[in-house]
Ligand binder design. Structure first.
Ligand SMILES: [Zn+2]
Length: 510
């Protein structure tokens, strides 16, 4: 238990910090998010990554959903992970049988707890519900399953009834019970009262939702009240406003209370994997895993960060498998611009730096993020450098009505023309593949990130593509806007390659 409220002044609040573990329900509650459907392979890859991250329990799905879902759960149980794999089960023997069929280690048995669920949804009585819960727990433990009983809508249940229901479940042999704030209704004080009551009975889990924006707070209050297993999903995906985000709980417990629940440096890989597989993109300002979580743009912050990494960060990005980024825009200052130029090996005088900063701010004022390519172009102009392009796009054709989509590209590389064609999953992918292959003799550059800005308006709207490419330990970002997304993508990529490929490697290879 962590002492969230100070405790006795003579005791260290972390003295009685026991083991707190995480249950990842990304594959069950997370998949219930509108529009999300994961294939068996996708679920398996997420489970493998969650296992690598040291998550204690993975709820792999809901065996009663159908044969496809059962096949998926079997695929996860077949991975032979070190984590405990469970299935969600409704209060039916049939559901438990189906879970057993999938080879799970345990079940998350959900039974109604609030009157709304007991009488209106299930159509039973409190007493009958308690009796059938006992029978189901006995049935499941008789079959050797680890059993967690979840009191659905527990936060809206009458607390004495929730207590008696959960006591009956534990008496019948359940391994643990779970406080469920199914609709994200509870305030922290309500959570405290419920979890304290249940934790006095036996091992207690907590399952919080974010409808009031209180999911993390309520998870921490639950732990302080005695819960030792926190349910959540990666990136907080889930129905409505979602579940509590596991990575937020993990970092808050570690940073705030020294309680470790998972391998934190795996957090970012896991977040990206789930975002890619579910199609639920990470908001830039998302805690821990958002694009901007460790990006500094304002001059004051950049200057402070260059003097001391911790100046404007609660914890170093490396802790969660990330890197700090200094971005340039309208808030840029001299220190940040000088540092960015130095990173690309560009030297400027003080006067030249003044002009570069002024022009960077001017681009920023137009609402644009200033990329590496923008900065280098400005610096060249200010310094009066003449720069020859090494790589130039001459022609591009992409065809997407055929299978597979195909693209052909014509480039000038160090003065020589080069043509290449490739296929891909779509016209952009095909064109990007063609460009990479055409340039592979010169540089084994890698595409680090590819991002398309939200498209608004008609089908002829301008889209902005941002690519980040790296080669050895150098990387550059370039943005390109066009009403043709394929042209914007390839142009941005070729510009990035042009910046990365130095003259020597072009000459040497020709
Ligand atoms: Zn839920």
């Amino acid at each position: 238990m962590i002492d969230l409220f100070g405790g006795h002044p003579d005791t260290d609040p972390l003295d009685d910090a026991g083991d707190v573990q995480l249950l990842d329900t990304t594959l069950r509650d997370g998949e219930q998010a509108p529009g999300v459907s994961l294939t068996p392979d996708e679920k398996a890859s997420i489970a493998r990554q969650a296992d690598r991250a040291g998550i204690a329990v993975i709820e792999a799905g809901s065996a009663c959903t159908g044969p496809g879902e059962r096949e998926t759960i079997r695929q996860v149980t077949g991975l032979d992970l070190s984590t405990r794999v469970t299935s969600f089960c409704r209060g039916l023997e049939r559901d438990i049988d189906l879970a057993i069929d999938c080879g799970v280690d345990g079940i998350n048995l959900v039974v109604p707890a609030s009157d709304r669920h007991v009488t209106e949804k299930v159509g039973t009585s409190r007493e009958q519900n308690r009796r059938s819960t006992v029978e189901l727990v006995e049935y499941a433990t008789d079959h050797g399953l680890w059993v967690e009983v979840i009191g659905e809508d527990g936060s809206r249940a009458e607390l004495p009834y929730l207590e008696s229901l959960m006591r009956a479940a534990l008496d019948a042999g359940a391994d643990r019970v779970c406080y469920a704030d199914t609709v994200g209704h509870a305030t922290p004080d309500r959570t405290l009262a419920c979890v304290q009551t249940l934790a006095a009975l036996g091992p207690t889990s907590t399952h919080t939702h974010d409808d009031l924006g209180l999911a993390v707070t309520n998870a921490l209050v639950s732990v302080a009240a005695g819960a030792d297993l926190v349910h959540g999903t990666v990136n907080g995906i889930g129905e409505r406003a979602g579940n509590v985000a596991l990575e937020e709980v993990a970092i808050a417990l570690s940073h705030g209370y020294g309680v470790e629940t998972m391998e934190l440096e795996q957090v970012y890989d896991l977040a990206q994997l789930v975002a890619n597989r579910t199609g639920m993109a990470l908001p830039p300002n998302k805690a821990v895993v958002g694009e901007n979580a460790f990006t500094h743009e304002s001059g004051i912050h950049t200057d402070g960060t260059l003097k001391d990494d911790a100046m404007y960060e609660p914890y170093p990005p490396e802790l969660v498998g990330r890197q700090r980024r200094l971005a340039l825009g309208k808030h840029a200052g001299h220190a940040g611009v000088a540092a960015a130029l130095a990173e690309h090996g560009v030297e400027v005088t003080d006067d030249q730096l003044d002009s570069v900063v002024e022009r960077v701010k001017r681009i920023g004022d137009r609402g644009k993020r200033v990329t590496d390519a923008d900065l280098l172009t400005i610096a060249e102009e200010v310094r009066g450098d003449d720069r020859d392009r090494h790589v130039e796009l001459l022609d591009l054709t992409a065809v997407s009505g055929v299978h597979p989509p195909t693209a052909s590209i014509r480039l000038s590389v160090g003065g020589t023309e080069r043509e290449n064609a490739a296929t891909g999953s779509g016209p952009v992918d095909a064109a990007m593949n063609a460009a990479v292959e055409a340039l592979s003799h010169e540089a084994d550059a890698a595409l680090e990130s590819y991002h398309v800005d939200a498209i608004t308006g008609g089908t002829d709207a301008i889209v902005t593509v941002e690519v980040e490419m790296s080669r050895d330990d150098e990387s550059v970002t370039v943005t390109e806007s066009d009403s043709d997304i394929t042209a914007a993508s390839v142009t941005a990529m070729v510009d990035a390659m042009d910046r990365l490929v130095d003259e020597q490697s072009v000459m040497a290879d020709d």
